[in-house]
Ligand binder design. Structure first.
Ligand code: PXL
Length: 452
């Protein structure tokens, strides 16, 4: 039996399911760990705000902690909304007594709508008793401003603030930059400071108002990363990927702000079509190794056609593409039929020549990548977009058919690779073919291992 990697989340219950303990457990689960919880307060809240808070008596916070720590044990602990000073004191005492090393403190103070989530007198206790025990503390900009009494308007200010917070005793300080002016344009930048060096975490800005629970999800995934044995830098990168994924999968709720969603359901093996299952499986495999450098500017897609497919609706792919997230590939959504026009037409064309070749993925082109493909022993063919008849070029989504037809008309077998060096407004591209998506992803892995 596999031993669970246990992460304890201490915080408030959010009745709307988006933040607090509910978000924590989803993020811990999505990170591959097992979540435990200690509830410090129960909030009545929805998408427009927090209506009320009912504190759990600190003696009962202590009872919950003892129940877990005396029997089950944990690899990491994450704290969120603590609300009462006595709870902060109790938690600090127990963390010390049980010698918890992987402690992530998310110094939650105020909800989005302005409702206080930490009593005033508890703030000082959090700084004095809990921060010095933290392996990582994860303030957002308003929280970092409170902790440092500084105004934070730039990445440089964030770095200065991180130094000040470090001096309060946390071993690592991670300031989340989502509130920084200009983030919408430049993307979100977080700063991790370990007392010596700064490490930047970056992600594209994702336009959505459904961001309730981002902080909780991030800190919980970070704790899960540490619990899994990652160092603080890898755990932070991992958390950034997890929270970006959760924002991409966010859901609208009620009349106000919807919530991020780390708990995207896995495909039900019974209900969905074999193509979708195979694609999901291949995509999970693709996301498990470093191949971000193979994802082109226009992003990738991976498609799989039903046997004898004749039209777009019989080919499954990833809606919203497969993109690059740090050094990994990342698919934001589950596969669907009819989701990718370009790759769908490529695979339908190829199937006219060889019906068993039902899957393809597009990856980045470079002379180096083509060299690697040849070295591996793949059969490699190409076409030149300059030779394409003009009327063809104008049929968006269909122009690749011409190139693929051209290659296949001259060859007996479908090659592993068909590439082109681009054209006016068209990024050069490599297409990797196979019988099924696992077959394709294995080929992509072989290329990625040689192109690091
Ligand atoms: O995002 C901070 C947070 C933590 N915990 C609970 C919350 C919120 C924000 O609303 O409600 C219970």
């Amino acid at each position: 039996m596999k031993k669970p990697v246990r992460v304890l989340c201490i915080g408030g219950s959010d009745s709307s399911g988006g933040a607090g303990i509910q978000a924590d457990l989803k993020a811990v689960h999505a990170s591959g760990c097992y979540g435990l919880s200690v509830v410090t307060a129960v909030t009545a809240q929805n998408s427009v705000g927090v209506q009320d808070i009912y504190p759990v008596p600190h003696a009962f916070v202590s009872r919950q902690l003892d129940s877990i720590l005396s029997d089950i044990g944990v690899e990491a602990v994450k704290t969120g909304m603590l609300w009462k000073e006595e709870s902060v004191r109790t938690i600090a005492r127990e963390v010390k007594a049980y010698k918890i090393k992987n402690l992530v403190v998310d110094p939650v103070m105020i909800a989005k709508g302005g409702y206080e989530l930490l009593e005033d007198r508890a703030k000082k206790t959090l700084i004095k008793n809990l921060l010095p025990l933290a392996f990582v503390v994860t303030p957002n900009i308003p929280e970092a401003e409170y902790l440092t009494k500084m105004k934070i308007k730039s990445v440089d200010n964030m770095k200065k603030a991180a130094e000040v917070i470090f001096s309060l005793g946390a071993k690592n300080v991670l300031i989340k930059g989502g509130h920084l002016p200009g983030s919408k344009k430049k993307g979100s930048i977080d700063i991790l400071f370990d007392g010596k060096n700064y490490h930047e975490l970056r992600a594209e800005w994702i336009k959505t108002k459904n961001t309730h629970g981002t902080g909780c999800t991030f800190a919980s995934a970070l704790a899960a990363g540490l619990a899994l044995g990652k160092d603080v830098y890898d755990a932070a990168d991992f958390a950034k990927i997890m929270v970006t994924k959760a924002i991409i999968n966010s859901v609208p709720l009620g009349k106000g702000h919807g919530a991020v969603n780390a708990g995207m359901p896995l495909i039900s093996l019974k209900k969905k079509h074999e193509c979708l299952n195979k694609l999901q499986e291949a995509c999970n495999y693709l996301m498990s190794f470093k191949c971000g450098n193979l994802i082109p500017e226009v992003s990738s897609n991976l498609v799989y056609a039903k046997a004898n497919a004749k039209n777009e609706n019989q080919v499954a792919g990833f809606p919203g593409i497969i993109l690059r997230l740090y050094d990994a590939a990342y698919a934001a959504a589950q596969p669907e039929f009819g989701a990718s026009k370009h790759m769908t037409h490529v695979v339908l064309t190829v199937m006219k020549y060889d019906p068993s070749c039902r899957s393809v993925m597009n990856i980045k082109y470079s002379k180096e990548i083509i060299k690697i493909c040849r070295k591996i022993g793949f059969s490699v063919k190409s076409f030149d977009r300059k030779e394409e008849p003009k009327e063809r070029k104008e049929r968006e989504g269909f122009s690749l058919e011409w190139g693929v037809n051209k290659v296949l008309a001259q060859n007996e077998m479908v090659p592993d690779i068909i590439y082109d060096e681009g054209g006016w407004g068209k990024e050069p591209m490599v297409r990797v073919f196979g019988k099924n998506p696992i077959d394709v992803v294995k080929k992509v892995k072989m290329i990625s291992e040689r192109s690091l």
